[in-house]
Design a protein around this ligand. Structure first.
Ligand SMILES: Cc1ncc(C[n+]2csc(CCOP(=O)(O)OP(=O)(O)O)c2C)c(N)n1
Ligand code: SF4
Length: 292
């Protein structure tokens, strides 16, 4: 059988992620897309642990551990140093969780985008601060349990829309991706590699520990997120929108019911989530029509 993604493995076995970790799969695919001439800049997050202790790094490429809020500025600095040395063939990949991106790292990321620094920034989105015990982030979706939004006071309000925030900076490429769609993910990173400036990508990375589901369901859940349009797959390239439409749009309940973090939701609350999802989806399709 011919593989549809690069065969070569760069991420080594023996990493320290939980079984079924979407973020580990995301990195495996990212390295297949970008190749060995990559330097990863990593702030505090689950991936700080996943890579393993020196000298047993699993990433298979140089990896710079930096402070929580500095993934973008540190990536920009590494890239500037590479440019001075004339090493233009090396890709800098800032790789951070949703907490390190949408909350604590947003200032550095906005600054890098405004300056036009050259880097690929991937936010692996597991929708909470997983590394320190499943605290809510601004990417936690409405209705979700977390350790800081317990069942009676579950997370209220939508996820922060980081793709639109980054697109508003007029960067060349702001996109979503999913570990359930590796060809799409890899193709998007290969496009990002060719463009100058900050290229932003948010990849949905299900987390069995934090989302409370059996570890064999990771890919299924990621796929359902796309099929229900609760996490739309789309790109904004040079201001132009392109949206992937599922063949059969499924009800959000199919996505929610597999995850313990949504177990407390009533039928009415699920209907509300469905209504909001449909509204956001409609708005996105409208943007594609006008700016496609
Ligand atoms: C300034 C600062 N505050 C808090 C911490 C503690 N800390 C380390 S990892 C982490 C959670 C990271 O969450 P996220 O970025 O979403 O990545 P994930 O753990 O989900 O992979 C926190 C709060 C820190 N290292 N630095
Ligand atoms: S807590 Fe979640 S994101 Fe972190 S390593 Fe485990 S499965 Fe992956």
């Amino acid at each position: 059988m011919k593989l549809t993604i690069p065969e070569k493995e760069i991420l080594n076995p023996g990493h320290l992620a939980c079984q079924g970790c979407g973020a580990a799969l995301a990195m495996r695919y990212a390295l297949k897309a970008l190749g060995r001439k990559t330097i990863i800049v990593l702030p505090a997050c689950c991936w700080t642990v996943i890579d393993g202790p020196f000298p047993y790094s699993s990433a298979g490429v140089p990896l710079f551990h930096t402070a929580f809020e500095t993934a973008a500025s540190c990536g920009a600095g590494v890239n500037a140093a590479l440019e001075v040395k004339g090493k233009n063939e090396v890709t800098v990949l800032s790789w951070a969780g949703d907490g390190g991106t949408m909350d604590i790292g947003i200032q550095a990321l906005s600054g890098a985008a405004e300056r036009g620094d050259n880097l690929i920034y991937v936010c692996y989105d597991n929708e909470a601060y997983m590394n320190t015990g499943i605290q809510r982030s601004s990417s936690t979706p409405h209705g979700s349990w977390t350790s800081t939004t317990p069942v009676k006071a579950f997370k209220k309000g939508p996820k922060k829309n980081m793709i639109e925030i980054m697109a508003a900076h007029k960067i060349p490429y702001s996109v979503s991706a999913s570990i359930s769609h590796p060809e799409d993910f890899i193709a998007k990173l290969q496009i990002a590699k060719q463009l100058k400036g900050v290229k932003f990508m948010q990849i949905l990375s299900p987390c069995p520990a934090g989302w409370k589901y059996p570890s064999n369901l990771t890919v299924k859940i990621a796929k359902l997120a796309i099929e229900t349009c609760i996490f739309p797959l789309y790109e904004v390239k040079q201001g132009r929108y392109k949206v992937k439409k599922p063949a059969n749009k499924k009800p959000v309940s199919e996505y929610l019911k597999l995850q313990g973090r949504f177990r407390h939701l009533t039928g009415e609350e699920i209907d509300e989530i469905q209504k909001n999802t449909d509204q956001v989806w409609k708005e996105l399709l409208k943007k594609e029509k006008v700016f496609g």
